[in-house]
Design a protein around this ligand. Structure first.
Ligand code: TXA
Ligand code: MG
Length: 309
């Protein structure tokens, strides 16, 4: 990959063009710097995981410039509308039911039927999102397991050379990730963050429940994608009656990547599993190497293969 481009504040249109072309561009929000990718582009979103070295496909937050754009992606209850009116733009993320007609990569939602949405307030984030004209998926712009970046230097310390660009926007005023509230359906605090819990409770008029032990790691459990039919991993060929999810050259019902490219495979994973699931037959999956993004792919496949509870 060519060197990471530095975009000054008057080069937002160039940064937006890079995002629209499938690039990875870090940008400031009032909470932390996000590592952005076109949320409608499977391959671009897959590259986020590659650049961060993320071991599993946690669902990502989709960023949009205003609530009207958010309503194109998720179903808004009256409570969701009230929270959006009170805190957007700002440091609040809402997890809402995904619209069936939403234009969004399944890699953003990790195949779930909910989606995390945020309208950031930072003026450069606002300009960038408006210029991109598509939702932008963005986790914090740091390598997995490192602390979140609140200045361009932090972003470059971790990801210089691994991403296509960074918008130089100075320090983040909030410096702490957004508060995440789930509303599918009961108001639940999924992650404390930049907006105080009490302020949120005041708007909805009731206390937020905190997730029980079973969902203390929202990304982990929420990303548990289970097809209706049983799934068998490390299958070098299908047995009678099975559909076959291939990887690398050879015959398959559908192939994650005929050339054996793990980034392409990650981009295709959730879409292909859905396709096979709709065929209703047991699913056999070709071996996928445990290297690079293969680790995350196998993590997701193991969850899908695990005995149903
Ligand atoms: O302030 C922020 O929120 C920053 C800036 C860049 O916007 N972003 C951020 O993203 O912190 P990330 O990926 O580090 O955290 C997103 C969290 C994860 O814990 C993920 O599990 C959760 O959001 N999440 C996303 N979609 C979800 C869903 N459908 N259900 C439950 N949790 C979800
Ligand atoms: Mg993070």
């Amino acid at each position: 990959m060519p060197a990471t481009r530095r975009f000054s504040q008057d080069q937002i249109d160039a940064a937006a063009a890079l995002l629209r072309a499938g690039g990875l561009v870090a940008f400031p929000t009032e909470t932390v710097y996000g590592l952005g990718a076109d949320a409608t582009d499977d391959l671009a979103v897959a590259r986020i995981y590659q650049a961060k070295g993320r071991p599993s496909f946690n669902p990502l937050i989709a960023h949009v410039p205003d609530v009207a754009k958010a309503r194109e992606i998720a179903v808004f209850s009256p409570e969701a509308e009230a929270l959006a009116a009170a805190f957007w733009p700002g440091a609040l993320t809402l997890v809402l039911p995904l619209r069936t007609d939403a234009q969004i990569s399944k890699l953003v939602t990790a195949g779930l039927d909910t989606v995390a949405l945020r309208v950031p307030q930072h003026p450069l984030a606002q300009q960038l999102l408006s210029a991109v004209g598509r939702p932008v998926a963005a986790p914090s712009a740091n390598p997995s397991g490192r602390i979140s970046p609140t200045a361009p230097d932090h972003v470059l310390a971790g990801l210089d050379g691994a991403i296509d660009g960074v918008v130089l926007g100075g320090a983040c005023p909030v410096g702490l990730e957004s508060t995440i509230v789930g509303l599918a359906p009961a108001p639940t605090l999924l992650r404390p963050g930049g907006v105080a819990t009490g302020d949120i409770e005041e708007v909805i008029g009731i206390g937020l429940s905190t997730p029980g032990a079973e969902i203390t790691a929202p990304g982990q459990l929420a990303s548990h994608y289970a097809p209706g039919a049983p799934l068998r991993m490390n299958a070098t060929e299908p047995r009678a009656g099975e559909v076959y999810l291939g990887f690398g050259p050879g015959a398959a019902t559908v192939n994650l990547s005929p050339s054996g490219d793990l980034v392409e495979a990650a981009a295709n994973l959730f879409g292909h599993l859905h396709k096979l699931d709709q065929m209703g037959a047991p699913i056999a999956v070709a071996p996928v190497p445990e290297t690079g993004l293969g680790q995350a792919i196998n993590d997701r496949l193991r969850r899908a293969a695990a005995p149903r509870t």
